[in-house]
Design a protein around this ligand. Structure first.
Ligand SMILES: [Fe+2]
Length: 285
């Protein structure tokens, strides 16, 4: 049994089971609406369309859509023993000759107000078709950022099984300037889901056959506040060597706010990704 299997606590699966039909989550409708630029049905924005949603004059009250539909925020999971910093930035982890069933994982990153988070970092790592992690190189490891609509898409293979665990994909997700979420994604219908102590049904992806392999979707909800009116503010520059727009490589050193930092992952710096705010990209030197 590996250390992932030993260092967890049992989770509490929600009422929805992978094998039973469930109500369409509000975010699912949001996803569809965001994808096509369509109007979002009001009944899915403010929760159930109860009488209190409207005034006696049938004037809609301001919509305040907290993510309270029962499946958020996305729960944390242990990192496990196989994470490596400095993964390459790439949306596809496929390489020539790679064995396994092709898999796409797509979805959105939302905040607590169910609004998409743009430029959120997603760092994926997983086992290969044989259940092995690449601990010397970066095979099946990569990070990417959500687009302006909060969307991400990963192309990879279905991870293989290894002793002590059910099938899973590891991921770290971080909104700009916010704490890092470390979690894992799971596949429905896996026999080991019933025996893996780390498994959490809230982290099940929707998976179907398609496009010559499997197509999965999952939406993350980060525990970050969102204000519909003002955008996040960016701290003013403090005179260090760090500068937005600079392409940094792993190992590069900068100063910011009077402290020194070492770059962990190659990236192009942008407002909101100042060193103290993004531990996935910078560590104190
Ligand atoms: Fe793992």
């Amino acid at each position: 049994m590996d250390s992932e299997a030993q260092s967890s606590s049992p989770s509490s699966p929600r009422s929805s089971s992978p094998d039973s039909p469930t109500l369409v989550p509000r975010k699912t409708v949001l996803r569809a609406a965001l994808a096509v630029g369509a109007a979002i049905p009001a009944a899915f924005i403010g929760g159930p369309a109860l009488a209190r949603t409207f005034t006696s004059a049938d004037t809609p009250v301001p919509l305040t859509p907290p993510c309270d539909d029962g499946d958020d925020p996305t729960p944390e999971q242990i990192e496990g023993p196989y994470f490596k910093p400095n993964s390459p930035e790439r949306a596809t982890l496929l390489e020539p000759g790679m064995q396994g069933t092709r898999l796409t994982v797509s979805g959105y990153v939302f905040g607590r107000a169910c609004m998409p988070v743009s430029r959120a970092l997603l760092d994926f790592w997983q086992a290969d078709d044989n259940g092995d992690y690449d601990n010397t190189g970066f095979r099946l490891r990569g990070h990417q950022y959500t687009d302006s609509g909060g969307a991400f898409a990963l192309t990879t293979i279905v991870p293989g099984l290894y002793p002590g665990r059910t099938r899973h994909i590891h991921v770290k997700v971080q909104a700009p300037g916010r704490p890092l979420l470390t979690t894992q994604l799971y596949f429905p219908g896996e026999p080991r889901n019933n025996t893996d102590a780390i498994f959490d049904a809230r982290l099940l992806m929707n998976v179907r056959d398609g496009n010559g392999g499997r197509e999965a979707s999952f939406d993350f909800v980060l525990d970050v506040p969102q204000n519909p009116t003002p955008p996040p503010t960016t701290p003013p520059p403090t005179g260090g060597t760090w500068a937005a727009g600079t392409a940094y490589r792993a190992g590069d050193r900068v100063t910011y706010g009077g402290s020194a930092y070492v770059c962990l992952q190659a990236h192009t710096a942008q407002p909101g990704w100042e060193p103290p705010s993004v531990p996935a990209l910078w560590r104190a030197a």
